[in-house]
Design a protein around this ligand. Structure first.
Ligand SMILES: NC(=O)c1ccc[n+]([C@@H]2O[C@H](COP(=O)([O-])OP(=O)(O)OC[C@H]3O[C@@H](n4cnc5c(N)ncnc54)[C@H](O)[C@@H]3O)[C@@H](O)[C@H]2O)c1
Length: 250
């Protein structure tokens, strides 16, 4: 129980991927958690499951990370109902493939705003509390795509590279106030979205190219996030940790 007494917010955590695995793992390690997502019903169902399984407090708070007001409300309600904010995991991120010459403004804005602006909004909303507490840990979700780039995902790759620089910048600003900020860059992690865009044979091919010989599972990422938000990583600051089974070696 390495997170006993801590309060954690995980954005976009009611899906079937990294967010869900992370919020569940943080609760199993003793944190009270906020399951936040645009999908309120799924968030409520998961919060109920977590509470039952772990005995920890688990709140469901709906929030679209693009909406400043909803993000401020997320931080305010967490503080009001759970009394503190120790951990923020900025998990919200989506991709919508389009080549640059065919990309409309809406697609560009959608991907940049969820991945990058949402990360900024959530950090800004929780920082006054963490600064007052003189402690906190933030983990931002980047991607190996932020280093590699990728055809038809220029907006996504730009946002994920932006998260690397944002993470270093914020770490420079707040480390002396007891707040550690890091990022994680997953490789291919199996989820519903991935299953929709890559046929099974394609995934098998990618797995073959990975030194570990498999695509990742959401828990592979959740475990590293747990490390980054806990005291086990007390001297790790401003890093983007690559977790890709060796698909990309940073
Ligand atoms: N899955 C991968 O292979 C992979 C690889 C590299 C990076 N990542 C990053 O990891 C993070 C999690 O990815 P995942 O695929 O596991 O997804 P996930 O299942 O953790 O998240 C999906 C959830 O996001 C929610 N959501 C969508 N738009 C939102 C918004 N505007 N505000 C709040 N919530 C919103 C959805 O309702 C859904 O529940 C993302 O930032 C993604 O870019 C994933």
């Amino acid at each position: 129980m390495i997170l006993e007494g801590k309060v954690a917010i995980v954005t976009a955590s009611a899906g079937a991927g990294i967010g869900r695995a992370t919020v569940s793992m943080l609760a199993r390690e003793g944190a009270d958690v906020v399951v936040s997502d645009t999908h309120e019903q799924r968030a409520q169902a998961l919060a109920g499951e977590i509470q039952k399984e772990t005995g920890r407090k688990a709140l469901a708070i709906p929030c679209d990370v693009r909406d400043k007001k909803q993000v401020e409300d997320l931080a305010a309600r967490t503080l009001d109902q759970l009394g503190r904010i120790d951990i923020l995991v900025n998990n919200a991120g989506i991709n919508k493939l389009a080549p640059v010459h065919e990309m409309d403004d809406e697609t560009w804005d959608l991907v940049i705003n969820i991945n990058l602006r949402g990360t900024f909004y959530c950090c800004r909303a929780v920082l006054p509390t963490m600064i007052a507490q003189k402690s906190g840990a933030i983990v931002n979700l980047s991607s190996v795509a932020g280093w590699l780039g990728g055809a038809t995902e220029s907006h996504y790759c730009a946002a994920k590279a932006g998260i690397v620089a944002f993470t270093k910048s914020l770490a420079n600003e707040v480390s002396r106030q007891g707040i550690r900020v890091n990022a994680i860059a997953p490789g291919l992690i199996y989820n519903e979205f991935l299953a929709r865009i890559y046929p099974k044979e394609e995934l098998d091919k990618i797995s073959d190219q990975t030194p570990l010989g498999r695509v990742g599972e959401p828990d592979d990422i959740a475990k590293t996030i747990l490390y980054l938000v806990s005291d086990q990583s007390s001297f790790v600051v401003g890093e983007t940790v690559c977790v890709s089974g060796g698909l990309y070696m940073h």
